[in-house]
Design a protein around this ligand. Structure first.
Ligand code: BGC
Length: 709
């Protein structure tokens, strides 16, 4: 290794000293991310031929998607021993919901409403990822979503900015663990800045046109939460946002992200999103691309090489300054330093990293996550299963291992525990049914479990879908099973909310499993058998019909809201052929308990600026099973200087109640909970009257009134 003369100095001095030794080419090199051995991503075949030479010449700052231990070692050795300054490379990868152990997809994880679980899961993910020698994960994806047609809702935290912000912080803490130099930590990257979740019609990479108020109220908060938690990287979005591509958007990257939000880490583009601004029709050639993206504030370019090819010339022409370039380079070097790479560029390279993967403790955590993220959408006394009673197992997903979801890094389907395997392991008697044996073999049975779903490859990037029902053949299976007269328990695996309106009447119980990952069957079996009660709550609304989309809980009221007393009245905001309400609203999810909410009252009916008000609610579990209930608190401004949503989630508490138990839950209202962007775009309260609402989900709330004074 070339001697590093900078070892003993303090971090910034050390990096500044290193910077002062760098040539212009080497500086520009730090801004380049190259892909290696990732054959085809987003349709671009990556040519690796020049990569090694480029590393030797100091023209590569980081490498994307390399994960083979030998390759990692070889590439790092090349950088450290054969480049002039021996600056180590950063290795980055999309580890979104598991590296080798697949955890439930992120949308499912958000159903837990449990930041502590999400933090422990991301620690588990960081453990495997760091032991594979990787330094940065492109996670969490914190795009606010309202459109299940978009395939990437599977990576998101759902539709609520408050909940998503809490979960974003949990991800960042779990990955980064407060000190990146720790051996089990990796750097996190919040993405995609910004607005990608609002792609028109849910069509991938499509235009985004949203108001500044929507951006500030719902799109930006999770990013701010990530920044407040110390996230080291932000990725730009592919889309045009309000007529400027996000990757070349100075207002977004400089004015908002740097100046307002205070982000000091690295801003990276998305995969070739720099040169795509030519397709967006704001640049004519790659030099123009480099100029515009650099000017906007981009630090690190993923895969495209416009900086590489044009920054030197742009500096010579005086169009951009070397000083600004220096700042960008320092950010990359600082991240390397924070990860401890100047002390040990080979951190976490093992001869055999397999020994750190799929550990029993990691799998136990993955199973816990399954148990806490599945949502029970219906239960007419069909669940839990009666102990050891023989059940029928029917449908294509009973034995399917295609439940790890997209972005599963190196997780393998073959490691998945299927539903059938879980019944085997539990020695729970069952009969495997198919269409020919359904009628005859099910005669003695009480219950048939029908497992259906969409293939993993139907969700994720590039998989926008206009028709959100299960295939006709799968729907037919449910109807056929229903004809047997048995209890039908539907288990649905999917990367997004599907339209279950037609199917719902044919099922006595529905468990929505999303894509639960490696421990799928094991966790589901514990829920089905009642060893643990379902507790997941929806974070993304389930539409009644595709025609309602976007349908989300925190919408405005309209001037002529639908009137249930006059459903046929023509001049109200409604559809003539479908209801306004979704099939299942935000926050919805059943348990094996039966909770009654009563005695909702406030300690005071007014709230002064420096004061607090308590909200009390009594919960009683009338059921015969203990269960975890997620008590939700929303507010609604009765008036304000701008229209505000009919409900805004402001707090929630998870309370476990044994059968027959009663407990009082207390929330504390503060002035800050009532703030919004007012007519002048100032984040403030207004002294007005507000509803404070408490209940089990956004569609069933008990309201009280408080006056801000
Ligand atoms: C995705 C990003 C991802 C990147 C690198 C892109 O296509 O939009 O989310 O991090 O690829 O794999």
């Amino acid at each position: 290794m070339k001697s590093n003369t900078l070892k003993s100095s303090s971090p910034s001095v050390k990096m500044s000293a290193l910077l002062s030794q760098m040539t212009l080419e080497e500086k520009i090199g730090q801004l380049q991310q190259s892909a290696y051995f990732s054959t085809v991503v987003t349709g671009h075949v990556v040519d690796h031929s020049g990569t090694i030479e480029a590393i030797k010449a100091g023209r590569v700052g980081s490498v994307l998607s390399v994960h083979d231990e030998r390759d990692l070692k070889m590439l790092q050795k090349t950088a450290v021993e054969e480049s002039r300054l021996g600056i180590p490379l950063l290795f980055m990868f999309d580890v979104i919901h598991g590296y080798k152990t697949a955890f439930p997809i992120n949308l499912a994880l958000s159903n837990s409403w449990d930041p502590d679980l999400v933090e422990r899961v991301s620690r588990g993910v960081a453990y495997e990822t760091s032991h594979a020698g990787l330094h940065v994960t492109f996670s969490p994806m914190v795009d606010l979503v309202r459109d299940p047609r978009w395939g990437r809702v599977m990576e998101s935290n759902g539709e609520d900015p408050y909940l998503s912000s809490l979960l974003t912080q949990a991800y960042v803490k779990g990955y980064q663990q407060d000190d990146l130099a720790q051996p089990h930590a990796i750097a996190a990257c919040v993405k995609h800045f910004a607005g990608y979740g609002f792609a028109e019609a849910g069509r991938e990479y499509n235009t985004v046109d949203v108001s500044e108020r929507t951006l500030r109220s719902v799109v930006f908060p999770p990013f701010q939460a990530g920044i407040d938690a110390g996230v080291r990287m932000v990725m730009t979005a592919f889309n045009v946002i309000n007529d400027r591509p996000a990757t070349a958007n100075r207002w977004l990257l400089n004015d908002v992200l740097r100046d307002e939000m205070g982000f000091q880490g690295v801003i990276i583009s998305d995969y070739t999103s720099t040169e795509e601004i030519i397709q967006h029709k704001v640049a004519t050639d790659t030099k123009d691309v480099a100029y515009q993206c650099f000017e906007a504030g981009l630090d690190h370019e993923m895969v495209s090489q416009t900086f590489q090819h044009h920054l030197k010339e742009l500096i010579a022409e005086g169009k951009i300054s070397e000083e600004t370039l220096n700042e960008r380079v320092l950010r990359i070097l600082t991240l390397k330093e924070q990860l401890g790479l100047f002390d040990n560029p080979y951190r976490n390279f093992y001869e055999d990293s397999a020994q750190y993967m799929l550990l029993e403790t990691t799998k136990a955590l993955a199973q816990e996550a399954v148990e806490k993220t599945v949502v029970m959408l219906k239960n007419d006394d069909a669940l839990p299963l009666k102990p050891k009673q023989t059940v029928g197992l029917f449908g294509p997903f009973i034995e399917s291992q295609d439940v790890i979801g997209e972005w599963a890094a190196l997780c393998e389907k073959s490691d998945v525990i299927t539903l059938k395997q879980a019944f085997d392991q539990a020695k729970h008697p069952y009969v495997l049914l198919d269409e020919t044996t359904l009628d005859t073999r099910s005669r003695e049975l009480d219950t048939i479990i029908v497992a259906l779903g969409e293939a993993g490859s139907e969700a994720g990037e590039g998989n926008s879908k206009a028709k959100l029902r299960l295939s006709a053949s799968q729907e037919a299976l449910v109807k056929k099973a229903h004809q047997t007269g048995k209890n039908i328990v539907l288990v649905v695996f999917a990367g997004r909310p599907l339209i279950l309106t037609e199917l719902e009447p044919f099922a006595d119980a529905i468990l929505y499993a999303y894509q639960p990952g490696t421990m799928s069957g094991a966790g589901l079996y514990r829920l089905l058998s009642g060893q643990v009660s379902p507790s997941g709550r929806l974070t993304l609304t389930f539409p009644y019909h595709e025609g309602q989309i976007p349908v989300y809980y925190n919408h405005l009221n309209t001037g002529r809201p639908f009137d249930h007393a006059r459903p046929e009245y023509r001049y109200n905001s409604r559809f003539i052929d479908i209801p306004n309400e979704p099939l299942y609203p935000f926050g919805f999810g059943l348990t094996y308990g039966q909770f009654e909410y009563s005695d909702v009252f406030l300690s005071k009916d007014h709230l002064r600026e420096d004061d607090t008000v308590k909200v009390y609610v009594t919960l009683k579990n009338h059921g015969s099973h203990g269960a975890l209930e997620t008590v939700q608190l929303y507010i609604e401004a009765q008036s304000f200087s701008v229209s505000r949503p009919v409900n805004e989630l402001k707090a929630f508490k998870q309370v476990y109640l044994d059968a027959g138990e009663e407990k009082t839950t207390v929330f504390t209202l503060t002035n800050a909970m009532f703030k919004a962007f007012n007519i002048d775009m100032a984040w403030t309260t207004e002294q007005r009257s507000y509803f404070v609402k408490v209940g089990p989900h956004s569609g069933a709330l008990i309201a009280r009134t408080v006056q801000l004074t």
